[in-house]
Design a protein around this ligand. Sequence first.
Ligand code: IMP
Ligand code: MG
Length: 181
Amino acid sequence: MNKIRLEDKEFQVSIHYKTIYQSIKQIASQINHDFEGEDTPIFLSILNGAFMFTGDLFKELRINSYLSFVKMASYQGMNSSGEIRELIGLNEDLADHHVIVLEDIVDSGLTIRRLYEQIQAHQPRSISIATLLLKPDVYGESIALDYVGMEIPNDFIIGYGLDYNGLGRNLRDIYKVVNNG
Ligand code: IMP
Ligand code: MG
């Protein structure tokens, strides 16, 4: 299944699950190392896209960890709307905790910045960002990304939790769009 069609778009495999998992294991081992002996961190996963990344990463964590979710949406179709909607807010008390944000992909960085500012208002002990994917050519924020799985070109991708109009999240591999018609 190298090519698939979702609605009006065709996609082809660009990152296999094996490669994705390797990269997640690396992130996990860095986090295991950095937070060993620290107070239990709270992982804050951004729904919907980060659900698969979160599941796989959690299986590789060897430190005690709390997990909570927020739900933010910015993408419509293949483009960032430039406006972030918060669908499930931050209900956790983060004061004095280490917070590690889990994101599927950082694109413009708007989503991360918005959440970062909200977390900061809780006065946590620290905030770290872990993202499976980064599009460095479009990232326009200055917030440090502490754990980055893979850098990718500015292509629209789906699979492994990422969607096109809500579809494609179930795919094991990551696919990139090949044509628009
Ligand atoms: P940002 O706010 O521009 O950084 O966009 C981040 C969010 O947009 C991510 O959490 C994804 O949910 C979504 N997104 C960004 N790039 C893609 C893509 O190539 N495919 C699917 N969703 C994407
Ligand atoms: Mg997302």
